[in-house]
Design a protein. Structure first.
Length: 277
């Protein structure tokens, strides 16, 4: 077992080893490059060099009022006493106002989906577990439909209701992988049927279109408002999810030194931590 005194790039520190660090660095570099390439596309032609210059434009990064207008928004910018009017080059304004928010939301959504998959696999002890086999999207979709069609007075709490609807049931014991997957598929089928039935009760076509957009997902019309909605909870739960998933995978002391199959069989479960994850 590696100790904290070992150098990170010498071998490993706890569960953090050189291979993991290099894989994370390579993945981050690829994500940044792909994001810059994606920013190029749009109705206004922009070269890759112009994209890089616009994303790292000093007129944005060195002016607090410009950054504040994009990130916290105009309301908080005015509350902080910053000037809300500014001039930027055309390419910089297009990239920061239209294209960059779309790429950031896509990256944050991908991060959250990957993290949720890792958490599901850690909690269920099943390497094939995913949100689809556990019936998470149908549950969240049904909660969205109920909020938009039936409980319209709480539409402002739509993200919260969707999260509660997509929360898989917790168990006091380690679930059987096959049984858990089968139950998730069955529950998902039933919830999809209920979603279809709810569409028949919607009399407003705009509500139906909004529900479809919410359940299928789209980056059309995404701006900094969506970035501000996704970024805080992503940063808030990221450390807890990583540490909690690692703790959930940790075998009990009696399993140390045992074979791999014995260690997996002896892993303890904590219903509270699993439910929180």
């Amino acid at each position: 077992m590696a100790t904290g005194s070992r150098a990170l790039f010498g071998r490993e520190v706890g569960w953090l080893d050189r291979s993991l660090v290099l894989a994370c660095a390579a993945g981050l570099a690829i994500t940044v490059l792909a994001g810059l390439l994606q920013v190029r596309f749009g109705s206004h032609p922009v070269t890759f060099r112009q994209v890089v210059a616009a994303v790292f434009d000093p007129l944005v990064w060195l002016r607090p009022n410009v950054l504040a207008s994009f990130l916290p928004g105009d309301g908080l910018t005015g509350a902080l006493g910053f000037e809300r009017s500014f001039d930027l080059p055309t390419e910089t304004l297009i990239v920061w106002s239209v294209r960059l928010p779309r790429v950031l939301v896509a990256a944050l959504v991908g991060l959250n989906l990957a993290r949720s998959g890792a958490v599901f696999q850690a909690v269920t002890r099943n390497g094939l577990a995913s949100r689809f086999t556990l019936g998470v999207p149908p549950g969240a979709g049904l909660a969205v439909l109920l909020t938009l069609i039936v409980f319209v007075n709480v539409a402002a709490l739509l993200p919260l209701t969707a999260a509660l609807g997509g929360r898989p049931p917790s168990s006091s014991s380690t679930p059987s992988p096959g049984r858990g997957d089968l139950a998730g598929v069955i529950v998902g089928t039933v919830l999809n049927s209920l979603q279809t039935a709810l569409f028949l009760f919607a009399s407003n076509l705009g509500t139906v279109q909004a529900a479809i957009a919410r359940t299928t997902g789209s980056l059309t019309g995404v701006d900094w408002q969506q970035v501000r909605a996704v970024l805080p909870p992503t940063l808030l739960v990221l450390p807890g999810a990583v540490l909690g998933a690692r703790e959930s995978e940790r075998p009990p002391p009696s399993a140390v030194g045992a074979s791999d199959s014995s260690a997996v069989a002896q892993r303890s479960t904590c219903p509270r931590s699993n439910s929180a994850l």
